[in-house]
Design a protein around this ligand. Structure first.
Ligand SMILES: Cc1cc2nc3c(=O)[nH]c(=O)nc-3n(C[C@H](O)[C@H](O)[C@H](O)COP(=O)(O)OP(=O)(O)OC[C@H]3O[C@@H](n4cnc5c(N)ncnc54)[C@H](O)[C@@H]3O)c2cc1C
Length: 391
């Protein structure tokens, strides 16, 4: 069996690792270069993402991913200002109920991406933008890329994010709706906020601060093992700055109203906007935004994708943001989809299931979980990489 995956994001790379490990011929086509596009720095990984990583990655990769996550996050703390100081007002469990994330651990997205790419060097084609596919009489699928190149496989997987070109052709009736919400997100080295008391106040938990009429979400990632030591132990083949430059940080998110992000806004421009939005906040929060890494600041717009009725399964399918929108846990759903689809394709490759039936089983499970989720944050076009919307 040969599989073409479009998109080297969390879902596409987790799937490619899983298929490669199972001995299935897989190739990933990614429109961006090797560094990818700005997607922020932090990711809350819950049981769905962690299970998918353990199942799809080789043991050394999975151990590296786990060793470089932060500590367990079980609660969201509510912070307030008392006599000029930030204090904890209360705590809500991260229990996966409506509007609450599941318990999990923070991971640094660039580091996870580097782990996911390790070992797939000859399987991923960068700078290859998928444009369209055609289904052939022999049941196979031919994918076309900008510049006129093409490739043929038994299965084509659209893992190409919210603006998915695969989905646009395959399921043209799917709509992506802008919710009108808007958030600025970034990260700040922990050493830059030492002495403020905030990292100690939060621990590993998520936190929400409501002071002076504004709201800010916060989280701290302290690597469980130093990334270089973990790399040397678990995945020596992993190279590059994602490991050597990794350091503990505070991630932050600021909901903003009014001014809409421009299409060509760079991460540095988004950071300047965040600093402006933070001007009236508590001094510690202003410090956090002011000392952030400008290059990883992103602007997000909320979007929702209404549920889509089941379609007949075939050799083309979709995973992750390409087919469902999830508020703050889209990465976990994308990895869960990858895990489920990997299992389905392995069953088909072994002759235990017909290919369309296996893909149909994956899609049924994906629809059940993925379509239950409204309003995720979605990257803004231009400065943050280009999420496309159809209303
Ligand atoms: C700042 C931020 C914070 C987030 N925090 C969390 C979190 O804490 N937990 C969580 O679970 N989720 C989080 N998310 C959501 C999560 O990042 C997404 O849901 C997840 O990345 C979706 O993965 P994916 O593989 O489906 O798509 P993507 O990660 O969007 O990957 C799609 C890939 O396809 C490529 N592509 C697109 N079009 C083409 C084409 N035509 N040809 C070839 N390649 C193409 C893109 O370049 C991209 O690399 C966050 C998102 C952002 C932006």
């Amino acid at each position: 069996m040969r599989v073409i995956v479009v998109g080297a994001g969390l879902g596409g790379l987790t799937l490619a690792q899983g298929l490669h490990r199972a001995g299935i011929d897989v190739v990933v086509y990614e429109r961006e270069g090797e560094q990818g596009r700005p997607q922020g720095i932090s990711l809350h990984v819950d049981d769905r993402g962690a299970t998918a990583l353990r199942a799809c990655l080789p043991p050394g990769h999975a151990a590296m991913a786990e060793a470089t996550m932060g500590g367990p996050r079980r609660e969201t703390l509510s912070l307030t200002e008392t006599d000029g100081k930030l204090t904890v007002l209360g705590a809500r469990p991260l229990d996966g109920t409506a509007r609450a994330a599941r318990p999990g651990r923070q991971t640094a997205r660039p580091l996870l991406r580097a782990v996911l790419l390790t070992g797939l060097e000859d399987r991923v084609r960068f700078g290859a933008r998928f444009t369209r596919f055609e289904r052939r009489a022999d049941g196979r699928v031919r994918a076309w890329f900008a510049g006129g190149g093409s490739d043929t496989a038994d299965v084509l997987v659209g893992a190409d994010g919210i603006g998915s070109a695969v989905r646009r052709q395959y399921l043209p009736h799917v709509r992506v709706l802008d919710t009108g919400t808007h958030m600025l997100m970034g990260a700040t080295p922990l050493r830059s906020v030492a002495g403020t008391g905030l990292p100690e106040l939060i621990g590993h938990n998520a936190a929400t601060v409501r002071v002076r009429g504004a709201m800010m979400a916060l989280g701290v990632l302290r690597f469980t093992q130093p990334p270089v030591a973990a790399r040397d132990r678990w995945l020596p083949a992993l190279r590059g700055p994602a490991v050597t430059l990794a350091e503990d940080y505070v991630m932050w998110a600021l909901p903003v109203t009014g001014e809409r992000p421009g299409p060509e806004e760079s991460p540095a421009e988004v950071w300047h906007r965040a600093r402006k939005a933070a001007e009236t906040l508590h001094p510690v929060l202003r410090t956090i935004v002011g000392r952030a890494w400008p290059g990883v600041t992103v602007a997000l717009r909320g979007a929702t994708m209404p549920a889509v009725p089941a379609w007949p399964a075939g050799p083309v399918t979709v995973i992750g943001d390409a087919i469902h929108a999830a508020p703050g846990f889209g990465g976990n759903l994308a990895m869960q989809d990858a895990h489920r689809l990997r299992d389905a394709l392995v069953r088909a490759a072994r002759g235990e299931r017909e290919l369309p039936a296996a893909i149909g089983e994956y899609e049924d499970a994906m629809r059940l979980d993925g379509f239950a989720a409204p309003m995720p944050p979605v990257r803004v076009p231009g400065g943050t990489g280009g999420a496309e919307r159809r209303a």
